[in-house]
Design a binder for this molecule. Structure first.
Ligand code: NAD
Length: 263
């Protein structure tokens, strides 16, 4: 099985680092031109330079995914410059560790606006463009194992938004299905990205040791004993879901989490 995205246009939201950067890299290596949407021009440009050093094709764009007009502007630019829109990955996300009772309205609204509305905006806008272009495209959302079942340890409203992304993936899959547009999601386990470093910061603030907390988190959440999961492990599944090999897969949320969730 060899992935070949030659001649295809991909847009990755939340591509400035971590899982998004790994997804963009994998898709670009398979031959697509990738539009790297990040909150600031500078962060997108960093990844663009890395990809170009490998001889890959990338463009940096700015978007706050919570704003439909920002998301749509990135898709319109990609279409204007390449005439196509084949792959859209809605990966942007934030975490908040406040407990269910302590979380403020602002924290909850931010989580909903970025994690859930961000993915919604990407799905709605992408499906409309793909229908207009008559392209049977592929859309992948980044959910989480935390969206599969509630976790005790401070991921309450984060998990709530990711459960929403899993539902959204099914609803969007129905909308895209008559046009052969596939919509799926990936549910990562725990990956030591900037997001997890922020979580570890909070453990350190509570007097815990950083590395011990990381090992304990792996033990608590991940049954598989392989050790750290890498951002690339998520990117491989996303790239597969964006390929012709996944033509008959839609509405699915695939756990890539070392067994953290088995539903
Ligand atoms: N790291 C993990 O263990 C883990 C586990 C499950 C799910 N996830 C999900 O994977 C995705 C990527 O996370 P990551 O671990 O790489 O974290 P990260 O913090 O390194 O990356 C998050 C990305 O989203 C972008 N982003 C945040 N708010 C945005 C906004 N309003 N508009 C545009 N971009 C925005 C950031 O700039 C960054 O590029 C997120 O959706 C996250 O919830 C991560």
């Amino acid at each position: 099985m060899k992935l070949d995205f030659t001649g295809k246009t991909a847009v990755i939201f939340g591509a400035s680092r971590g899982i998004g950067e790994a997804i963009a890299t994998e898709i670009a290596r398979a031959g697509a031109i990738v539009y790297l949407a990040a909150r600031s021009e500078k962060s997108g440009l960093g990844v663009k330079e890395k990809l170009e050093t490998e001889g890959l094709r990338a463009e940096a764009c700015v978007a706050d995914v919570s704003k439909y007009e920002d998301v749509d502007a990135v898709l319109c630019r990609a279409i204007r410059e390449t005439g196509r829109l084949d792959i859209v990955v809605n990966n942007a996300g934030i975490v908040c560790l406040s407990s269910f009772l302590d979380a403020t309205q602002e924290e909850i609204h931010d989580l909903i606006n970025i994690n859930l509305m961000g993915a919604n905006n990407g799905c709605q806008a992408a499906i409309k463009h793909m229908i207009e272009l008559e392209i049977s495209g592929k859309i992948v959302n980044t959910a989480s194992f935390a969206g599969r079942h509630a976790l005790q340890a401070g991921f309450s409203h984060y998990g709530m938004t990711k459960a929403g992304v899993i539902y959204l993936t099914q609803a969007a899959a129905y909308a895209g299905a008559p046009y052969n547009i596939n919509v799926n999601a990936v549910c990562p386990g725990i990956i030591r990205s900037k997001m997890w470093e922020t979580i570890l910061d909070s453990y350190v603030d509570n007097g815990l040791d950083r590395e011990t907390s990381w090992k304990d988190s792996l033990k608590t959440f991940i049954p598989l004993a392989r050790g750290d999961q890498k951002a690339e492990d998520i990117a491989y599944t996303v790239a597969f879901l964006c390929s012709e090999y996944a033509d008959h897969i839609t509405g699915q949320s695939i756990n890539v989490d070392g067994g953290a969730a088995m539903n």
